[in-house]
Design a binder for this molecule. Structure first.
Ligand SMILES: Cc1cc2nc3c(=O)[nH]c(=O)nc-3n(C[C@H](O)[C@H](O)[C@H](O)COP(=O)(O)OP(=O)(O)OC[C@H]3O[C@@H](n4cnc5c(N)ncnc54)[C@H](O)[C@@H]3O)c2cc1C
Length: 561
């Protein structure tokens, strides 16, 4: 065994680093494991901001934030988790500020807050449009200040389970090659999302659902996997995100006739309706032939150069570099793109999973704060608030445990055998074609709108791809930075998770949040489906069950924006 710690946090984005800081401050010997250098984690791409009811721009309260989140979730979010989240968010923001986050400010020196979709009050704290970058770097400073060790460029691919408890992780050392086993009394998974299941996505190449897949294979249930958020403004043609902050600052959406079409779909909230509503409206316009090259137009021109340069400089740069459009003078072509997984590893409000000793936080987890549709700005906040909670709980459990964690030689040998099987195969198919087919077919058959026959077809397609994957070949036989190997492992994760999503989607015979079935089940069915779907992996495939939604005080109502 390479090393042992009280707490191992796998993933060094916002959730992972926040968890590690908290575990350290609680007195635990904690280490981070990351397949990327921490500041290359995908949290750094977050642009628009982070939600907390500070009330700096207009009257606000955690209660209002909670209601907006419950409504935005299409009533699938667990209300006790949401109340904890919104109550603790303001304190977490001030903590970040005291650590050095340079948030944008009002003229009188308070933290500025911008409006975001489906928020009853402007509550999104931001640092221009590079909020994730600022958070990630400040958290990394705090990690370094505490000298928290980081196993950088370690690719975790197997949880160690012994005696019914999680006791560590098995990793592949990307820089030097070789299997490395790390023992721990508790493990926190913070490995981020799964956007790369889709061809058109805002997510980085590394967002491949490794943590969800590791948990699934260890028998831990995943929750609400059918709910994939499509963000309304991703750049045509690259899929790069243009932040909701553009609409928060007053940007309009136009169709090819120059019509501000959101007035027909959400007459009150217009462009600031919830993301599922705006994405569906855009897709309807595009499908009806009122788009421009498969896109609609995001118009910022009326905001003026000064505001664009001060509040949205990153978005302008992205539009100029990747679409050849300067938003000061021309509208930006945008369309819905796969963005955020509401589903993930089922946890309680402390981040604990069903497997003793295993915790999860951030996009990899499903607490569930977001239910069927996440509000913009709530995800960064979730990484911080539930990262902190998971780090605290994982440390407490570890510190109350006097055993010495170890990883058996047999577990290491099994892991080595699995890698050798992949690298040792001489003939077969390389992973990239399977990955491309997965991304393209998921976009076509499991996207913004879902049809029964397409979902059934996609189930067969994914089954076929999984069959082909059994024969996948890794051509690079080397040890050092063998991306061929890691991408093959990531593809296995993506395929299994796609199967879980489709299973959940076929069975959910209603339209709720991001799961829209306008052709056969156009409305929400609270009688039949006000419940979480829960999937486990049994006999080589997904097995579906359900769990009740935890309600406190908000009865489901019709959502109007
Ligand atoms: C372009 C974009 C803009 C966004 N803007 C906003 C916004 O303005 N506001 C908001 O609230 N939300 C936003 N989101 C969503 C939000 O940024 C993410 O949900 C959140 O940052 C995820 O953080 P995380 O810590 O869970 O995961 P990540 O930041 O993705 O970190 C995952 C970590 O896990 C590690 N890892 C993964 N797999 C392995 C493995 N096998 N072995 C070892 N390590 C591994 C990675 O190296 C990385 O360190 C945005 C998302 C995108 C894509």
């Amino acid at each position: 065994m390479e090393a042992r710690h009280d707490v191992l946090v796998v993933g060094a984005g916002c959730a992972g680093m926040r968890a590690a800081i908290e575990a350290h401050d609680a007195g635990a010997d904690v280490a981070l494991v990351s397949k990327l250098h921490p500041t290359r984690s995908h949290s750094g791409a977050a642009e628009g901001g982070i939600n907390a009811a500070l009330g700096n721009a207009a009257e606000d309260s955690p209660e209002k934030h909670a209601f907006d989140t419950v409504k935005g979730s299409d009533y699938l979010g667990d209300q006790d988790a949401i109340e904890v989240f919104t109550a603790e968010a303001p304190g977490d923001i001030y903590q970040l500020e005291h650590w050095g986050c340079v948030f944008s400010r009002t003229p009188d020196g308070k933290l500025a807050q911008r409006p975001f979709g489906a928020a009853g009050s402007p509550r999104t704290v931001f640092a221009a449009d590079i909020t994730g970058h600022v958070l990630l770097h400040v958290l990394y400073e705090q990690v370094m200040r505490r000298s928290i060790p980081t196993y950088e460029e370690y690719f975790a691919y197997e949880l160690v389970v012994d005696g019914g408890r999680c006791r560590g992780v098995v990793c592949w050392d990307l820089m030097r090659g070789g299997v490395k086993a790390l023992g721990a009394k508790t493990v926190v998974l913070a490995t981020g999302g799964i956007g790369r299941i889709y061809r058109a996505t805002t997510n980085a190449w590394a967002c491949t659902g490794d943590g969800m897949s590791m948990a699934l294979r260890a028998g831990v249930p995943l929750k609400d996997m059918e709910f994939m958020q499509f963000h309304p403004t991703t750049l045509y043609p690259s899929g790069i995100l243009i932040t909701e902050g553009c609409r928060g600052e007053g940007g309009y959406l136009l169709n090819k006739d120059g019509e501000r079409f959101m007035a027909r779909y959400a007459p009150n909230a217009l462009e600031l309706a919830s993301r599922d509503v705006v994405s569906r409206s855009e897709q309807t316009e595009i499908d009806a032939g009122r788009g421009v090259n498969g896109s609609v137009l995001l118009d910022l021109r009326h905001l003026g150069a000064e505001k664009i340069l001060e509040r949205l400089p990153g978005s302008r740069e992205l539009a100029m570099t990747y679409a050849g459009v300067d938003p000061i003078y021309d509208p930006i072509p945008v369309r819905p793109g796969a963005h955020y997984s509401m589903g993930g590893i089922e946890t309680d409000n402390q981040g604990a999973t069903e497997l003793p000793g295993l915790y999860a936080a951030g996009e990899v987890a499903c607490v569930s704060v977001h239910g069927a549709n996440r509000l913009g700005g709530n995800s960064l906040m979730e990484t911080i608030t539930f990262g902190r909670r998971a780090g605290q709980a994982a440390a407490e459990q570890a510190l109350s445990d006097s055993s010495v964690p170890s990883v058996s030689d047999a577990a290491v040998a099994d892991a080595e055998r699995a890698i050798a099987e992949l690298t040792g195969r001489a003939n077969g198919e390389r992973p990239h074609a399977i990955r491309d087919e997965l991304g393209t077919s998921m976009l076509e058959n499991f996207g913004v709108f879902r049809r029964e026959e397409q979902m059934l077809a996609e189930r067969d397609i994914v089954a076929g791809l999984r069959e082909r994957y059994r024969n996948v070949v890794v051509e690079d036989k080397g040890d050092v930075f063998n991306n061929d190997l890691t991408q093959a492992i990531e593809l296995g994760a993506l395929l299994d998770l796609a199967a879980c999503m489709i299973e959940g989607g076929i069975a959910r015979k209603e339209s709720r949040g991001a799961h829209a079935r306008p052709y056969d089940y156009p409305t929400r069915d609270d009688e039949g489906f006000l419940k979480h779907s829960v999937v486990t992996w049994e006999d080589g495939g997904p097995k579906l069950g359900y769990k009740p939604v935890r309600m406190t005080k908000w009865e489901p109502q019709e959502r109007k924006y």
